[in-house]
Structure formats: C-alpha cells, structure tokens
Design a protein around this ligand. Structure first.
Ligand code: FE2
Length: 360
C-alpha cells in the first residue's frame, strides 16, 4: 500500500480574490451543468459579502448556524433538502465561513455522491468516491479546515466527535482572501488561531513523523509565533500571516496526527458543546505535564494579547459527566498513540483525565 498524500490542488491567494469566485463557478457550470449550493456562516446574513456573492437563479444558499458545531443529523438534513429540490448533482458546493461552515460544505459534498448517512463515513478512508466539486473560502483562520482531509462532525447518539477522514474530503479549490477575517472578534481570533499552533506542536512532539508534514508544521508554527508574539495580532500583516499559517497547518495534518490536546478538547466539545477553538485553549492552559514549554508559551501569548478564558467550565459536572468526558476523549486512539505510545491508556488514566478536566 502506497502511503500517498494529497493537498488542495488549486488555491487563489490575495486580498480581493473572492471577486474571482463568479468566474470559477460559471466555468464549472458550463462544463458540468447543475446548480450551485452555497453554505455561508450565518454571521454574514444581511452583510455585503452575501449581497456580492455570485448566486444565480436556481442556486441555493444556506446560512449555517454556528451556535453548535456540525452534527451528522444536520448534514443528513442538508442532504435530504438538496436531493429533494434537485434531480441532478450540483455543479459546485461553496463553503464560506469558519471551520463549522467549511466542514459542513465538505461533508455534504461527500454525502451527495456517496449516499447513505453522514455517520457511515466517520472514520478513516470510508468515503468511496469523490464528492461534488467544492470550493472553500475561509473567513477566520486557524482550524486548517480549508486544507485538511477531514470534516469533523458530532454524532450525538454515539457521543462521538469524529471526521470523514478521506482524501475525497479535501477541497478542490480554495479562495484565501485576507480581507475576509478582518472583522473577527478578538477572543475568537485568538482561540481559533491557536488551533494551528496546537496542531503543529502536537504533531512535532508526536512519534508519527513525516518529513513533509514536519516542514509544513514548522513554517505554520513560525508564522503563528510571529502573529501571537507581536504587539497587535490583528493588524493587516498578521491577519494575512495567520491565514497562511492555518492553510499550512491544515496541509501538515494530512501527514501527521495531533496529540493529547485534541482528544481532551473533543471530550469538552462532545459533552459540554464547547466550540473547538475555545475547547483547545481550555485544555492547552493546563498541559504543563505533557507540553511544558508550549504551555508556558501559550500563557505568555494570552497575557500579551490580553485574552482570557472562562473558568470553572466543568464545575457543575457529576461523576457521570466526568465519565462521559473520559469516554469521548480516550476513543481518539490514533492521536493518543502518536503522543503517548501504544500504552496510552496506562498514562492517560481515567483518574488523570478527570484531574485535568477538573482544573478546566
Ligand atoms: Fe483542531
């Protein structure tokens, strides 16, 4: 078996590049037929970005609520709505927003050509055929959703947060326009941006290494450090830097695994519905035992950027709540093996995980 890697084949980068979306979609529609489906972060409802989008008659635009992260049920509902409205496949799916919206676009694209239910494809390499041609337009940086090979979905019935990890999940085209993330609120910018930093330090501290993945990670980490170590993380140059870091960080995880932070963070998201960026930061804040240098660095960035975190997040949980947190953490075998080795259960025991969660 050849261990093949794939990254996004096409990307347009630069301020104002979103203006080229209409041309891309028109060319696609001419050669393939079918309508275009837009998934846009609900934050943009009523804003000029939406008014300027190249939505043609017969196309569909969904505003994606980001109150909760995408669920398998939510993806199944989009699938039903699209297949009920159209008799042919769309010419393109466009996702415009943060990780939630981009992941929604990716998952719907996969489901439209593979059929069945979203939950059938949660795992590694379960998607059989390429999805509908999809374009990603990130409006906040950090998750790497724009360039990664996964789209993370919560399956409420199984108490499971897991992506459709497949080369077919990768976008066919990206538009990386640094003019878009300029309106992101300060805390959100930090929490989401830190996702890239955390991906990279987890990968580089892990045992599953890949020379190309490491290079992507090192550069993404260097850019993140420039951004969060500077006086103003949100100036124009830093917004652009973070967009590049996020893209490279997403490319890196195609060849690597995350570590201890992401499984614990997934536990918080699954049980307490805390969004990914914030959940990561809550965990990173108490990672002295696993990533001591990086935890210090993280504390420094929080202080320098004047960003704070909620406290007492797990304060109301009972024993059953902590048990669910542990179960939805320890299920993430690949990253935990990457970080702690095959005997990870003996290291991240139920008691130790609970002790970490109690400090959050
Ligand atoms: Fe992440």
């Amino acid at each position: 078996m050849v261990n093949n890697s794939k990254n996004v084949p096409y990307y347009a980068f630069g301020e104002g590049s979103l203006a080229g979306l209409g041309t891309l979609l028109a060319e696609r529609a001419k050669s393939r037929g079918g309508r275009c489906i837009f998934f846009v972060d609900h934050f943009f409802q009523g804003r000029s970005l939406v008014r300027d989008l190249p939505v043609e008659e017969g196309d569909t635009l969904f505003f994606v609520s980001t109150v909760d992260e995408p669920t398998t049920d939510g993806i199944n509902e989009y699938y039903s709505a699209i297949t009920a409205k159209y008799h042919e496949l769309p010419s393109a799916i466009v996702g415009i927003g943060g990780g939630c919206t981009l992941d929604t676009a990716k998952a719907v694209s996969n489901l439209l050509t593979n059929g069945g239910k979203a939950e059938d494809y949660q795992g590694w390499d379960l998607v059989k055929v390429p999805g509908v041609y999809k374009v990603g337009v990130p409006t906040i940086s950090g998750t790497g959703a724009e360039s990664s090979r996964t789209c993370v979905l919560t399956n409420r019935r199984k108490n499971l947060k897991l992506g459709m990890n497949s080369e077919h999940t990768i976008f066919d085209q990206l538009i990386l326009d640094p003019a878009l993330p300029v309106t992101v609120p300060r805390n959100q910018y930090f929490y989401t941006g830190m996702d890239t930093y955390i991906h990279c330090i987890e990968s580089l501290n892990g045992s599953h290494r890949h020379a190309v993945g490491d290079s992507f990670s090192r550069e993404a980490l260097a850019l993140s450090r420039e951004v969060f170590g500077s006086a103003d993380m949100q100036n124009r140059a830093n917004v652009e830097r973070l967009m590049v870091a996020s893209y490279l960080g997403g490319c890196a995880i195609a060849n690597s695994y995350v570590g201890v932070v992401h499984p614990l963070s997934a536990g918080l998201s699954t049980v307490l519905k805390i969004h990914h960026g914030l959940a990561n930061c809550l965990v990173m804040n108490v990672m002295e035992d696993f990533y001591p240098k990086e935890t210090d660095e993280f504390h420094r960035y929080m202080e320098d950027q004047g960003v704070d975190l909620p406290s007492g997040v797990t304060g109301n949980l009972d024993d059953d709540g902590f048990a669910r947190l542990y179960e939805s953490t320890i299920i993430h075998e690949k990253p935990l093996v990457n970080a702690l080795g095959a005997e990870y259960r003996a290291i991240l025991t139920r008691e130790r995980a609970s002790e970490i969660f109690r400090r959050i």
